[in-house]
Design a protein around this ligand. Structure first.
Ligand SMILES: NC(=O)c1ccc[n+]([C@@H]2O[C@H](COP(=O)([O-])OP(=O)(O)OC[C@H]3O[C@@H](n4cnc5c(N)ncnc54)[C@H](O)[C@@H]3O)[C@@H](O)[C@H]2O)c1
Length: 259
């Protein structure tokens, strides 16, 4: 017998925010297919909860055939997917290169995961939801798809020993994903598939003090986000409490984009 809740396909489930989403969604009674191109990360995320609540899957979301196989595997293990969270995002090898010499190969690689991947996922997992007249899709954006990064906060900023910035491809891919979100909300609204976005602000994950201080000052709440604070917004959009919410962007950024 299938328990209450949805079968959720969560991409990038092995990452910082994906791990927190796995816990939050399992807590809300959903079954989570934790999908990542790194199986070890997906497995670690799934192991945080009961084995009936989450299962790990290795899949590159830019590979259409692999997504079709994934739909079959998840369907037989957890039941038909009725919720999709497109959370995966890629950091290519030269991700932090300056704009003028940013390699085209890196541009294409990031676009493929951040924008084309969610489109493919929507084709493969959204269409059956439309046929079943029930489903929820959530795309994970970024504040830098809404506003430009303040270049001044990257002075002296480091993460894992490397200088960091936000490349143009990241902003462009996330802005595009917001366009796709609204398009799909309109396309499938009349058949009961809700499509929304969650926009996280910067999540603390070990950035150096210089960055944390400079970033925190840009927010109204004076701090970075915790992954759980993004996960709970996703769980809300998935819930019956959000039954009349579609085509919206829930911005969880401590106020950064509001002033
Ligand atoms: N962390 C933040 O501060 C922050 C802020 C704003 C938005 N976001 C967004 O939130 C989402 C999650 O971010 P995160 O910090 O957890 O990132 P993360 O890098 O920790 O996790 C991303 C995961 O996606 C996986 N992935 C990458 N390419 C893939 C592909 N082609 N197929 C399948 N899996 C793939 C990676 O292996 C990784 O586990 C992303 O969309 C990101 O852009 C994050």
């Amino acid at each position: 017998m299938i328990a209450a809740g949805r079968t959720v396909l969560l991409t990038g489930g092995g990452g910082i925010i994906g791990r927190a989403m796995t816990v939050e969604l399992a807590k809300a009674g959903h079954r989570v297919a934790v999908v990542d191109r790194d199986l070890a990360l997906a497995t670690a995320a799934a192991q945080q909860v009961d084995s009936t609540a989450a299962k790990p899957y290795e899949c590159d979301i830019t590979d259409r055939d692999a997504l079709i196989d994934l739909r079959d595997h998840v369907g037989s293990a957890l039941g038909p997917v009725s919720a999709l969270i497109c959370n995966a995002a890629a950091k290519s090898e030269n991700f932090f290169d300056p704009f003028p010499e940013f390699p085209l190969q890196d541009w294409n690689e990031v676009m493929a995961t951040n924008l084309t991947g969610p489109m493919l996922c929507a084709q493969i997992f959204g269409e059956p939801m439309a046929e079943a007249a029930d489903g929820v899709i959530i795309n994970v954006l970024s504040i830098y798809g809404i506003v430009a990064p303040d270049q001044r906060i990257y002075d002296g900023s480091e993460y894992e020993g490397r200088p960091i910035n936000t490349p143009a491809v990241y902003s462009a891919s996330k802005a595009g994903l917001w366009g796709l979100t609204k398009y799909l909300a309109s396309y499938w609204g009349s058949v009961g598939v809700r499509v929304n976005a969650v926009t996280p602000g910067g999540v603390f994950s070990g950035q150096n003090e210089t960055f944390v201080a400079a970033y925190s000052q840009r927010t109204m709440l004076g701090r970075m986000a915790q992954p759980e604070e993004i996960a709970s917004a996703t769980a809300y959009l998935m819930s019956e409490g959000a039954a009349y919410v579609t085509g919206q962007n829930l911005v969880v950024d401590g106020g950064l984009t509001a002033w």
